[in-house]
Write a protein that binds this ligand. Structure first.
Ligand SMILES: Cc1ncc(COP(=O)(O)O)c(C=O)c1O
Length: 494
């Protein structure tokens, strides 16, 4: 696997000698390594639940926790202020971490580029748009923005256009075209570019479609002069990311998705195309504990091996995708294939988003939570052109096990509206509209227990809703206070 994470011209899991195509073989070969990785995550070692929300935030290895506690109990001080030992150690640590970030990103010219610590991807992208881009563009310029990507990579560019409009500068924001597979439509992109295109905002790995968007292709299409800003929130910490290979100008990522603490992120600026990026204003004291965690996380990722992490998560993601595809009523969003050999998309990383034909994503998320499966179930902060209806996203990392994926796959297939003998369909006689005295809408039987959840009122006479006949005796009744979506029939007595 190359440092870019994806190889121009084809996925690495296509069957090269060092990287066999069969995901089960990859998983078997890496099983011993993965057991050791898993053992380093204290939150998971004792957990009886399955964490499948790593795209939202990663869990933290013991080495990162130790580094933070060691710093806070051993040499905590502010950075850039003070001449005593703890202060100068902290200042040196912040400087050293910048170098480690440059290493992580395979920066070919760290003397020229800059590593700026920010709170996360969202802030990093805002800084590029509102501190740099607005002073760079002229009337009639154009920028290309992937409006079906994460809002963090849509809103700042819109705001920049708005700020420029107030100054009387009109900048055209062009939608980056997509294919139904969730891949960028690079052929269509070529037709949208002209000599006024100044910047293309891209995402490395899509947070809903789960695919590596193979950013290499885009540099070849946009040419050498256009600035590329990369949202790497879902790739840094998951696969090797090389700015040398990708030839991008800005990279934004969040530490908390890459094994470090929340509140620390990076904006890397190449400073080769367009004016030099200047980090504006007085930023106050840096998040030194966050920087400590980031440095420890980078050390951990290096020692664990990003190539192996990527191989594990791609293979496990393939098992997850293939398992979901076999289940009735499951619709996977975007790319349907696991290894994407037969699509133009490079390959799927370790995240899959889907819907169930018979249950809302909210209900399914609730059912999964009832089974100790922690996933995300909503619209995933996708930009304006993205999916509007909620969906369920299962996302994994190096610590996720095969057994956990198999445990997860056992649930959506068994979830059916209506359940079994304890829950029978019954027209919601006399209960209409917003009368929620009996507001159980979906009663799903998953495993032994019928699980009762709600989210919508049934239409009068609808058979879509199912009414639990014996709630007090057999249903698991969830107190109102546990969630805004849940309403419990009074007879449950909760
Ligand atoms: C692709 C992508 N970009 C940006 C973000 C925003 O990251 P943060 O909330 O850490 O700033 C996310 C978070 O999920 C993401 O998945």
């Amino acid at each position: 696997m190359t440092a870019g994470g994806s190889t121009p011209g084809g996925p690495n899991l296509a069957g090269g000698a060092d990287c066999p195509r069969d995901p089960d073989r990859v998983l078997a070969e890496l099983a011993g390594w993965q057991r050791q990785v898993r053992a380093q995550f204290p939150i998971l070692v004792a957990a009886d639940q399955v964490y499948l929300d790593s795209a939202a935030t990663s869990q933290k290895p013991q080495a990162v926790l130790d580094a933070v506690v060691g710093y806070l109990t051993g040499s905590n001080a502010n950075a850039g202020r003070g001449a005593y030992r703890w202060a100068s150690q902290t200042t040196a640590m912040v400087r050293r971490c910048r170098g480690r970030v440059a290493d992580l990103l395979d920066d070919p010219d760290p003397q020229r580029s800059g590593v700026h610590f920010v709170s996360g991807t969202t802030e990093a992208l805002r800084r590029v748009a509102l501190d740099w881009l607005v002073d760079t563009l002229a009337d009639g310029d154009e920028i290309v923005v992937p409006v079906a990507d994460h809002m963090a990579n849509v809103t700042p560019w819109r705001e920049a256009c708005g700020a420029l409009a107030k100054r009387g500068v009109t900048v055209r924001l062009i939608d980056m075209p997509y294919q139904p597979s969730g891949d960028y439509d690079v052929a269509a992109l070529a037709g949208l570019l002209d000599e006024r295109t100044r910047l293309v905002a891209l995402t490395h790995v899509h947070h809903v479609y789960g695919v590596d968007l193979n950013v290499h292709r885009i540099r070849r299409i946009v040419g050498d002069d256009v600035v590329i800003c990369l949202d790497a929130a879902q790739s840094v910490g998951h696969l090797p990311v090389s700015v040398r290979d990708l030839d991008v100008d800005f990279v934004a990522f969040s530490g908390h998705k890459a094994m470090a603490l929340p509140g620390i992120g990076v904006l890397w600026a190449r400073n080769a195309r367009g004016p030099r990026y200047v980090h504006r204003g007085w930023d106050g004291s840096p998040n030194t504990a966050g920087v400590v965690s980031l440095e420890a996380a980078i050390d951990w990722l290096d020692a664990t091996g990003l190539e192996r992490i990527a191989a594990w998560t791609v293979a496990l993601g393939a098992r997850l995708t293939d398992g979901l595809r076999r289940l009735p009523g499951i619709e996977i969003l975007g790319c349907q294939t696991s290894l994407a050999l037969d699509s133009t998309v490079q390959r799927r990383q370790g995240l899959v988003t889907f819907r169930h034909a018979a249950m809302s994503a909210t209900d399914l998320g609730f059912v999964l939570a009832e089974h100790g499966l922690m996933v995300r179930a909503d619209a995933h902060c996708q930009g304006a052109a993205g999916e509007h209806d909620a969906s369920v996203r299962a996302s994994l990392h190096a610590y996720t096990t095969v057994a956990e994926i198999d445990r997860f796959l056992a649930v959506p297939g068994r979830a059916q509206p209506g359940g079994g003998p304890d829950c029978a369909p019954q027209a919601p006689g006399g209960v209409t509209g917003r009368d929620r005295r009996w507001s159980v809408v979906t009663a799903s039987r998953v495993g032994r227990w019928p699980v009762v959840s709600s989210g919508r009122s049934p239409a009068p006479g609808s058979t879509a809703g199912w009414w639990c006949r014996r709630p007090a005796a057999r249903c698991r009744c969830i107190p109102r206070s546990t969630g805004r979506h849940l309403r419990v029939p009074r007879r449950c007595g909760s």
